[in-house]
Design a protein around this ligand. Structure first.
Ligand code: F6P
Length: 321
């Protein structure tokens, strides 16, 4: 069946660059004579038929905006048969031939299940600050989130150095330590705590005390949210070292803001690749960037746990401290 009318949605946590991606899908899709329907609030909008025809002008002036003009949501209802059935009715009623799903692993899982049950062609475009999609180098938004967190760390360093304090900074990433590792290395942080590697707080404290004896007074330890709570770690450090320690949770700040050039160009090139995949009759796959090339992979593969190679990073962080 020739694809004429496509639906595009953003689902799960928003990521900077989603808007650039929507723009890419709409403008490239129109160029290929497709009609593009924006589905509002992710899967929720598909269930509740919240749709909007997107023309050229609808995506003007959004390339530089964080968030998503289509809105996004977590949608437990889509995990139910009833929810998916209602979503399918929306697809049928509105003659939507295929879906482009911009989101992370949860959104891809949902797209895969939807395709399996209703045979609606679905292509995933990876966008999440967590960078936890298997088989690719980086998701749309991760680079921006890392730079946002890095800016905060640079600011924290100013006060950490001036007041000779220890800081534990908690960053997002769900079960992945990717953001934490990048930020810790680029921010010249003294240690990093990530879910992929066991940590020993006694060793960290031992390092702090030893450093302290040498005259090194300020430390920044980055903690991935999936590994530890900054508040707990800070309290324990104070308990073990008697040194003043502050905890900071960067939280949702990392999800917002102007997408970096990399997040935008990645979004635009993946949007084009995804539309081409649909036009070529492909389905149940995700597009992504791997070793500087655009690749396609089964959604089932994309949602498998991504293995992070962490040792090289962790060792470098240690060596450079
Ligand atoms: O998946 C993106 C993400 O920002 C994770 O890093 C974080 O754990 C989660 O979403 C937070 O979700 P919510 O905004 O629903 O609290």
């Amino acid at each position: 069946m020739a694809v004429k009318r496509i639906g595009v949605l953003t689902a799960g946590g928003d990521a900077p660059g989603m808007n650039s991606c929507i723009r890419g899908v709409v403008r490239y899709g129109l160029n290929k004579k497709l009609e593009v329907i924006g589905i509002l609030r992710g899967w929720y909008g598909l269930i509740n038929e919240e749709l909007k025809l997107l023309d050229h002008r609808a995506v003007s002036g959004i390339i530089n905006l964080g968030g998503t003009i289509l809105k996004t949501a977590r949608c437990p209802e889509f995990r139910t048969e009833e929810g998916r059935e209602r979503a399918f009715q929306t697809v049928k009623k509105n003659a939507i031939d295929a879906l482009l799903v911009i989101g992370g692993d949860g959104s891809f899982r949902a797209a895969h299940e939807f395709y399996k049950k209703y045979n609606v062609p679905c292509i995933g475009i990876p966008a999440s600050i967590d960078n936890d999609i298997n088989g690719i180098d980086e998701t749309i938004g991760a680079d921006t989130a890392i730079n946002t967190a890095l800016l905060a760390i640079d600011n924290i360093r100013d006060t950490a150095t001036s007041m000779e304090r220890i800081f534990v900074v908690e960053v997002m990433g769900r079960n992945s330590g990717y953001v934490a590792l990048q930020v810790a290395l680029a921010g010249g942080c003294e240690d990093v705590i990530i879910p992929e590697r066991e940590f020993n707080l006694e060793n960290i404290c031992h390092g702090i005390v030893e450093g302290n004896l040498r005259g090194k007074i300020s430390w920044i330890i980055v903690a991935a949210e999936g590994a530890a709570k900054a508040e707990d770690i800070a309290k324990k450090i104070t308990g073990m070292t008697s040194l003043e320690t502050r905890a900071i949770v960067l939280g949702h700040i990392q999800r917002g803001g102007r997408p970096t050039a990399f997040s935008r160009t990645l979004a635009l090139t993946l949007a084009q690749a995804a539309v081409d995949c649909l036009l070529n009759g492909k389905t149940d796959i995700a597009v992504g960037l791997k070793d500087s090339k655009i690749v396609e992979m089964d959604l089932e593969f994309a949602i498998k746990k991504k293995e992070l190679k962490v040792d090289k990073f962790c060792n470098l962080i240690k060596v450079l401290t």
